[in-house]
Design a protein around this ligand. Sequence first.
Ligand code: ATP
Ligand code: MG
Length: 589
Amino acid sequence: MEPTAIIRKTPADWRVAPNFSDYGAERARFDWNAVAASLTGPMGVNIGWAATDRWLATKKAERVAFRFLAAGQPPKEMTYAELARQSNRFANLLRQLGCAPGTVVFVLAERIPELFVSVLGSLKCGCVASPLFSAFGPEPIATRINLGRGKVLVTTDLLYGRKVAGWREAMPTLQHVLLVAAEGGQTAVPGTHDFASLMAAASDAPVAGVTAAEDLALLHFTSGTTGTPKGAMHVHAAMLTHWATGYYALDLHPDDIFWCTADPGWVTGTSYGIIAPLLHGVTSLVDREEFDAERWYGILQDQGVTVWYTAPTAIRMLMKAGAELAQRYRFPALRFIASVGEPLNPEAVWWGKEVFGLPIHDNWWQTETGGIMIANTPAFDIKPGSMGRPLPGVEATIVKRNEEDDVSVIDTPDVEGELALKAGWPSMFRGYLNNEERYRKCFAGPNHEWYLTGDLAKRDADGYFWFVGRLDDVIKSAGHLIGPFEVESALMEHPAVAEAGVIGKPDPVVGEMVKAFVSLKKGWEDSEALRRELLAHARKRLGAAVAPKEIAVLASLPRTRSGKIMRRLLKARELGLPEGDTSTLEGGA
Ligand code: ATP
Ligand code: MG
């Protein structure tokens, strides 16, 4: 199939009627206030309440909220009612420890039930939850806890011994460390509390108190793809976006079995691994293990996943594992697939059609936006390679930055510029931790109404947005501006290429020369002839001005732990420059 062909949506595509089918009408009708009204209750605007207690008087109370999977163990299930009780206990426990609203609670754990309970319980009592990725080394953990002035840390006894104990002195704000015993039972480590004992002693009645829409709720660190990770602060009203996007972009229906593969240490894993599915009352799968192609196909098949939200890196790894493996599985329950985190190459969208019989719906957002902003949805055809159209409640445009904090909006279709969003959607970040100046600089135009995303994109005449690259990654070569995504996608069309990362390398003649790094699919070997073939393939697809002049084959590309190709590292290594902050590098310390 031509990668540039359109994937048409017809009613026959849907096993159940999608939530979203008339793009224009739904956007015109949409009202954030109506969403707010449906999610507000006795605890005010409170994510923890809306996600759990809101269901207690309904049949959902006994539905499984989370099914936790781990290799070699039977699944553990937790109903909405149980999750409500457990998170109440944790909220009461925090109150007993003297945690006032606004206290920052860090959670450092593998994807275990206590992580989910701690996040929701923190939210219920007005504390700010900040889940950290459990594979971080001691230094990135300490840096983040210090930046956030964390007072409470929930972790496991094993992680504490390996990563935290030796650094306690270096974290002066940390007053309470709660340890979950990895093997069950109790812990008795000096200077810490036993999580299970404190929970058992705490009441499971709702905590008193209310939170307001603008109260701080979550602290998330960005992926560190382009530099030192930034702390983005979000408020309780963010759940309005989580609900709306779960409805429009993930098409969540009440009976769904939903699997978001992201770790809660990244914003996707919290917004869509915890909050959005609970707001919709669906059952979510949480797998404790890391990526494994056979395991993942097995989960999709055996657990009867209906809606799957994953990332391009995982899709590329499944593609790399080969078609024969996929053919051993069947996915009759699966009805909707979405992806986020990086541009999704057209090849991958088509691959979804082949393997699952379903296209993959790419969507775009950032830690700063708190939720999905631009998406391919059931409501319109897919143009593979495009990230789709702005969702109801979201206004997006392309701008050019002028002097100071002024921008001009580019109305002409197909012209590249910076992607900007009209400020004011509920999950917009409310600040960068300890960096007011940087936050201010993200907004421009009259009344600072445009949030500037730092991503380059263009919009076509049908209103679809196309990702070009990050401002930091764009290559300037002989007067052209070249977005790495276009070059990477062209390389990915070659059957040998599993993944590609493209950088600009300083060149005295053309300014920057395009250099590509690729890794190969199973069964292919690096050779001079193959590299020449890949360069020729790219030249044919892209023309000589845009195609790479050099190519190198690597066993794998450097990636963030959230799965994004780190072009800045490819570049630093190529040029022999310092690598900068590598705290989020996969496989790093
Ligand atoms: P840092 O800001 O620390 O450099 P990061 O930007 O990778 O890291 P995230 O907030 O996790 O941190 O990622 C958001 C970015 O990921 C977006 O700004 C965009 O560049 C990229 N991205 C996410 N989804 C898509 C998508 N569907 N298509 C293209 N790019 C995407
Ligand atoms: Mg970013």
